[in-house]
Design a protein around this ligand. Structure first.
Ligand code: SF4
Length: 691
């Protein structure tokens, strides 16, 4: 009897990553537990439990001091946020391929699409995916259920849809559903989110089943992908699902000349080895036993990698045969059809077109354009080849990122994603991680406001092996600011005018940003009037016209002028109220020697008691009261002494007999006093009379 073990049998990337973390905790002596069974394999779950890594049913059953491992299927958005906000330490082992689906449905439902999910509605992965949908979501597991969704709901012509699949959904069924979906839903975007590892495992299992008399599928009976392998193989040949080697004894190998062996994504290597060993001890000829050493190395290399990074890593191992040039034949919103000179139909799914989500092939491409592409998947049954331009770009432009890092070049990119620790900026199809602290967004600011913005950044760190790059927007801003400063100081002269923005206010002035350099307007420079605080005139964020009043190049200080000469009340007075002008004024203060009247805002004059009436009056209050409006003639302007003399008498008819003015000496206003001094004197007198 010949035995052939599938090359892809055993842990997939996601499961291996989670298992490795659990094993690390055991080795490091860190108390840990898993939220539900870590993988769908009871033997391995028991192995972990025997070493202290127990299964917690919910967060409240996580013991104090234990680190919680979130399993590969992922959890609901709400639960994740509860864990994040709790004191529990955790490791999120959600597979990056599952996380990718979370972001697709979140983005598409935010755009208004209803979400169709190919999968098992009770599976934790699907429950998790649905929790990221903000619009209606529908789950189907076959074509009939997909049709029923359409029949049972009153969708309108305006409704738009996106279709995704559970990572372990059967590829053949998905293709059938895809066809039906295209005919049922006109506004539909299709995202083939079946995990490559799953698809490959299924393809290999089918091929093995076709070549062998019997198939053995190893894996947990509660594992969805193991169960699918079993179903696929059973349709072709006699198939047995076993969890461990001891179950082989129940299988009759009589008249069986060849056996194919495959295993689910959560089947540990040890169990596969044990099954093979048991079969070999039965004196059979084992043709191919592939130990998963290569996979273990890949896992080590991809630990902590993001989805993109994991994919890019796989690009390193690509041969030139996988890079092709395609000619665009047809462009649709969900895919681009290309001819790559092979018998199969080539197509680029929408999300494989560019790493920049704002890129629109409908606008950017035309039939006949040539594109450099990477082959993702060949399906000989369907006669199709799935291609990616996005991944080709990622390989091609990587060198330019390395060069930019070496030269300190400022690059321009678009913020395409906001993640918990920062931003993802895309430049030429390369994703650059910008930590929040280097995003240029203050701690009090919102990173979300950067989304879809074009930003400048410098590449501050790269990991060539993992094709990771870290960027800093803050550093690019600093470089730009420094260059601006140098340019400014080289050109600035006193008297030059600038438009600036008020950045902050203090008791003594306003700080203004002019071309990236900060200058200060002193409080006394803000207004011709007395003000209590700079905010009486300007506010933070105001755009202001300023001029350079003084420069201290050594200290880098700039004093700015703000108030304009034409707004000087003494200039207004001279221009609009020259001596001899008759004006309506308002009495604002009364003293023994006269009354003060407001000529216009910020300018007051004195109507001396002798200028109130033709006849002698005892006191100004006999004729005038505060708030009263009277006509006066401007009889004197002395801007140096800040005196304005007004007269009501000058507007009265001349008296028949000359009136002899008898002003008590103590009531006379000292002629050399300014308006401010006179007001002070009036205030003093008022205070005295109050006493
Ligand atoms: S089967 Fe695919 S999606 Fe699921 S955990 Fe493994 S790698 Fe991730």
């Amino acid at each position: 009897m010949k035995i052939t073990l599938a090359k892809s049998a055993g842990f997939c990337f996601g499961v291996a990553r989670a298992v490795k973390q659990a094993e690390k905790y055991i080795v490091d002596g860190i108390n840990a537990c898993t939220l539900g069974p870590l993988i769908h394999n009871p033997i391995f779950v028991k192995f972990l439990e025997d070493r202290g890594v127990y299964v917690a049913d919910n967060i409240s059953s996580v013991k104090d001091g234990y680190t919680l491992i979130i399993r590969t299927h992922g959890i609901t958005k709400k639960l994740l946020s509860e864990i994040e906000n709790s004191k529990t330490e955790y490791f999120d082992a959600t597979c990056p391929f599952v996380k990718k689906i979370h972001s697709i449905v979140a983005e598409r439902s935010a755009a208004g699409d209803k979400i169709l999910i190919a999968g098992d509605e009770n599976h934790p992965e699907v429950i998790g995916i649905r929790s990221y949908c903000t619009t209606e979501s529908f789950v189907f597991s076959n074509m009939e259920e997909l049709k029923a969704i359409k029949e049972n709901n009153k969708f309108t012509e305006e409704d738009t849809f996106s279709l995704v699949s559970q990572t372990t959904f059967e590829e053949k069924e998905f293709k059938k559903c895809e066809k039906i979906a295209k005919s049922l839903y006109t506004n539909l975007k299709i995202f083939d989110t079946i995990c490559n590892a799953t698809a490959l495992r299924q393809e290999e299992a089918i091929a093995l089943a076709k070549e062998n008399d019997m198939m053995i599928v190893i894996g947990g009976r509660n594992s969805s992908n193991t169960e699918k392998l079993y179903k696929l193989c059973s349709e072709i040949t006699e198939t047995y699902l076993i969890e461990k080697a001891s179950e082989l004894s129940g299988i009759n190998f009589n008249n069986v000349f060849s056996v194919g062996v495959t295993a689910g994504a959560s089947t540990p290597d040890g169990i596969i080895k044990e099954v093979i060993k048991t079969m070999s001890e039965s004196n059979v000829n084992i043709e191919s036993v592939v130990e998963n050493q290569g996979q273990v190395e890949a896992i080590e290399n991809t630990e902590e990698m993001s989805f993109e990074q994991a994919l890019e890593e796989s690009l390193n191992s690509m041969s030139n045969d996988q890079k092709v040039v395609g000619v665009v034949m047809h462009i649709a919103p969900n895919e681009i059809q290309v001819d790559i000179g092979r018998k199969q139909t080539g197509y680029i799914p929408a999300d494989e077109y560019s790493a920049d989500p704002t890129a629109d092939p409908m606008k950017e491409l035309k039939v006949g354009d040539e594109l450099n592409l990477i082959i993702m998947k060949t399906n000989d049954v369907e006669g199709t080849i799935m291609l990616s331009k996005r991944r080709y770009d990622a390989v091609k432009y990587w060198d330019s990122i390395v060069e930019a890092n070496k030269e300190g070049t400022i690059l321009e990119g678009v913020v395409v994603e906001v993640i918990s620790k920062g931003l993802i900026v895309v430049v030429n199809g390369i994703r650059i991680f910008v930590p929040a602290s280097l995003s240029g967004v203050p701690k009090s600011g919102r990173l979300e406001e950067m989304l879809n913005k074009t930003v400048n950044f410098v590449v501050i760190d790269i990991d060539k092996r993992r094709r990771r790059a870290v960027g800093s927007i803050r550093e690019a801003n600093n470089i730009a600011r420094k260059a601006n400063k140098e340019k400014f100081w080289a050109a600035v002269e006193e008297g030059q005018k600038y438009t600036g923005v008020v950045r902050s206010l203090t008791d003594y002035g306003a700080f203004v940003d002019i071309e990236g350099v900060t200058g200060m307007i002193h409080r006394t420079e803000l207004s011709w009037k007395r003000i209590k605080h700079p905010s009486d005139v300007v506010n933070v964020g105001d755009t202001v016209e300023v001029y350079i009043k003084a420069l201290d190049r050594e200290k880098g200080k700039i004093s700015l002028g703000f108030k304009k000469i034409e707004d000087n009340p003494w200039e207004i007075l001279k221009r609009d109220y020259p001596v001899g002008t008759v004006a309506e004024v308002k009495i604002v203060k009364i003293a023994t020697f006269g009354a003060f009247a407001e000529i216009f805002s910020g300018m007051e004059g004195l109507i001396h008691i002798s200028q109130i009436a033709n006849e002698r009056i005892e006191k100004p209050q006999d004729v005038l009261s505060i708030g009263q409006t009277v006509s006066v003639k401007v009889i004197e302007i002395d801007s140096e002494k800040r005196k304005v003399g007004l007269s009501m008498k000058a507007l009265l008819p001349a008296p028949e007999k000359p009136v002899v003015e008898e002003v008590p000496e103590e009531d006379e206003a000292p002629v050399t006093m300014s308006i401010d001094e006179l007001i002070a004197k009036a205030n003093e007198a008022e205070a005295e009379s109050a006493e």
